[in-house]
Ligand binder design. Sequence first.
Ligand code: NZQ
Ligand code: ZN
Length: 388
Amino acid sequence: MLGNFSYKNATKLYFGDDSLKYLNEELPKYGKNIQLIYGGGSIKKNGLYDEIIQILKDNGKNVIEDAGVMPNPTVEKLNEGVKLAKENHVDLLLAVGGGSCCDYAKAVSVSVNCDEDPWDKYYIRFEEPTCEIVPVGCILTMAGTGSEMNAGAVITNHEQKLKIGHVFGEEVMPKFSILNPKYTFSLPKRQMVAGIYDIFNHICEQYFSGDDDNTSDYIAEALMKSVIHSSLIAIENPEDYEARSNIMWTATWALNTLISRGKTTDWMVHMIGQSVGAYTDATHGMTLSAVSIPYYRFIMPYGLNKFKRFATEVWGICAEGKTDEQIAEEGLQAMENWMKQIGVALKLSELGVTEDMIDGITEGTLILEGGYKVLSKDEVKQIIKASM
Ligand code: NZQ
Ligand code: ZN
């Protein structure tokens, strides 16, 4: 049965190959000082930077440059960004990039007017913002995390070997996000498929839980089918607009809080993946792909009905004459074959994880409830070992 819930999504989206023009509609709503947040330079190479600067100038804005947001943004970079925003009294944090830039902007947004240490407040004590939040806008260049329409912000602390996500309330969601699928054309293939797997796994994390009849699970199946279908087109032709636009839109819906309404969720693949990220700084989607098959194989007996449904509904496995276990296993096998086909990492050793890291990664894995089985630390370790 659907549980009770409230639902609101506070982000206004502009989607399509002409969506950047809507920045002109959004900018007048904010003050003069815009902190322009971007990464390592991909937006300079593909010309997007120049276009955005022109629009900001045309709208009479002061641009405060905040470049160099790295994949898996660090606590040191966060502190720098907060300082910059404080010194310049910024009115809008405009993130241009993937999940890392959007997440970072949100983490800055809740920290600018706050005197406490952001890491301790939000990532150790998991407190909610108690100060005025600076608005965030996002221009997305990589599809995967869903950060463009959610309130998540993941920050990495290499010194403490922790990568932690805080899911804030709706007031922290970007006020607007601009999604032009064409911007994703310049992504290296490895990043594209990492994003695709991230999308797929977000859906899995919300699908593999509960055994009731729940609309969210039907939506999840449709989203999974769409991303599988489009991924196979995009790996052959990365500039197929239809496939890239479907991937981008699916990414948003996979994690904009809709499909988790009224049901429990799992998130253990992400918890292990994040701990792997803290040790290796590996690409987010790859940290998930490397642990997924061993994880799902491990929990399959505890959620057999859903795994059977996953096999028949998502992968079209024929159930005739087979046991439930066989059907479920064939579903996972089909998923693994697809993962091989698109070329995501299937082993942690491919990401630089070595035997001596296993204890630390286990220790750094947050254990959550909500899935078919609450894992013990020993079981987490077993799954990590099976992923090597
Ligand atoms: O820095 P630049 O030069 O821009 O290059 C980036 C970066 O190296 C590159 N890139 C992005 N768009 C490009 C491009 N290169 C060429 N052309 C383009 N159009 O791709 C690299 C990766 O970018 P990044 O933003 O790090 O990737 P992603 O979108 O996967 O974000 C990962 C971060 O988001 C967090 C992850 O943990 C990680 O820190 N997540 C955020 C979530 C959320 N807010 O809800 C949920 C996710 O599960 C995830 O944990
Ligand atoms: Zn993810």
